[in-house]
Write a protein that binds this ligand. Structure first.
Ligand code: FAD
Ligand code: GLY
Length: 373
């Protein structure tokens, strides 16, 4: 049972790479132990927000910016090919502080972002409330980030799955990969459902489960789950148009009038339960930001697992100690944002056998070097 490429994991990253490689003419098999795009990629808020989420100009920030730059073309192309609209919104975001310590933290953000020539504008309380009616008047500080966008990650996922199906990806659903097969220092395939499947390239896109295979540590860097709890609230259409961020809390308005609110950051293993304390912290922060949300109704609650590496950077590229094993995982808080650039770079790596310079800081080899030092 041969194919050109095997992809392990049917999240947004795995499905996106599989679709792109199949469109380039390769025979692609994708193994998903459950259903397609029902883990982190389904649980996310869909913010495309490097300025809000990252703390400095790092290689990861630059990768996020590059992905943001190509996002609109990515969703337009997806729409042309599938007629499914991922609901990309480009109204921008507000960064807010309601007390002095958080205002200080926000001031720091302003200084490095202005220094780097990024777009960020200080707003008076009145200006902020004009942009986001309903915002609490207790506001200490507000910034507008015109380049922070959002997408409906569940609709985006639907579009990506459709594209992968149209492009001829062979899906194996309910099929957990239990072993990565190697011979003479190279990857040769995988075992799933007690069957062997052969391929010279195996892409590990297994998200928070990416280190649970049969290879020794330096070949399989640690990826661990970080739980985030989420809520959808029902409000009136047009109630909010901008994403609002305050510390770890964010409110992401969808076009149907619902608002996705998150989140928590919890190290509780593979536990995806929603807890009273998690929801309590989300609700109280949401009401602090927009007091009238006390009257909103709760439509849905859920939790997802962010795939986190030891240095909180994604792992992207081929392992030099095990040719054929390619990583596309560890996207932690930014996998929806990083999807377009990840898909392009990994598809290029597979088809040209050349790794682009921009991937270098994210190589799986960095963990081997750390282990030796
Ligand atoms: P996943 O979507 O988790 O997919 C991995 C898949 O691999 C799963 O379907 C799993 O079943 C499968 N799998 C695992 N092991 C095996 C195996 N052995 N065999 C077969 N299949 C296997 N990012 C943003 O950019 N913006 C946001 O606003 C945002 N908000 C977030 C909010 C929350 C609460 C969470 C949890 C995440 C958020 N993220 C956000 C991060 C983003 O969701 C992730 O980085 C991204 O979805 C990771 O995608 P993935 O495909 O690698 O992983
Ligand atoms: N990027 C938002 C989150 O991970 O909660």
């Amino acid at each position: 049972m041969n194919s050109d490429v095997i992809v392990i994991g049917g999240g947004l990253i795995g499905c996106g790479i599989a679709a792109e490689l199949a469109r380039r003419g390769l025979k692609v098999r994708l193994f998903e132990r459950g259903q397609l795009i029902k883990e982190a990629s389904w649980a996310a808020a869909g913010m495309l927000a490097p300025q809000s989420e990252l703390k400095a100009i790092t290689p990861l920030f630059l990768l996020c910016q590059k992905s943001l730059e190509i996002y609109q073309d990515f969703v337009n192309k997806l729409y042309d090919l599938t007629k499914i609209d991922p609901c990309y919104r480009s109204e921008g975001a507000l960064q807010l502080a309601f007390d002095e310590p958080s205002a200080k933290a926000l001031e720091k953000k302003l200084s490095w972002q202005l220094g780097a020539g990024l777009k960020i504008e200080k707003l008076s309380s009145n200006e902020a409330i004009k942009l986001a009616p309903g915002l609490s008047s207790d506001l200490t500080l507000a910034y507008y980030l015109p380049n922070e966008h959002q997408v409906d990650n569940r609709k985006l996922s639907h579009a990506i799955i459709t594209l992968a199906e149209q492009s001829g990806v062979e899906f194996h659903l309910g099929a957990q990969v239990t072993e990565i097969l190697c011979k003479r220092g190279k990857v040769i395939g995988v075992v799933a459902n007690q069957e062997r499947y052969y391929s010279p390239k195996v892409i590990n896109a297994a998200g928070s489960w990416a280190s649970l295979f049969n290879l020794p540590k330096p070949l399989l860097p640690e990826v661990s789950p970080v739980r985030g709890q989420m809520v959808t609230l029902k409000t009136l259409v047009g109630y909010l148009n901008h994403t609002l961020h305050c510390g770890h809390t964010y409110l992401v308005p969808r076009w149907d009038g619902t608002i996705v609110v998150g989140s928590t950051t919890e190290h509780v293993g593979y536990n995806k339960q929603v807890t009273v304390s998690g929801l309590q912290s989300i609700f109280s922060q949401a009401q602090r930001i927009v007091p009238k949300l006390a009257e909103a109704t709760v439509v849905e609650t859920w939790a997802g697992l962010r795939p986190a590496t030891a240095d909180l950077q994604p792992i992207l590229g081929e392992h030099s100690l095990l040719p054929g094993l390619i990583f596309a995982t560890g996207h932690y808080r930014n996998g929806i944002l990083l999807a377009p650039i990840t898909i392009n770079l990994i598809a290029d790596l597979v088809t040209t056998e050349q790794s682009q310079e921009i991937l270098q800081p994210f190589s799986p080899d960095r963990f081997v070097l750390t282990a030796k030092a």
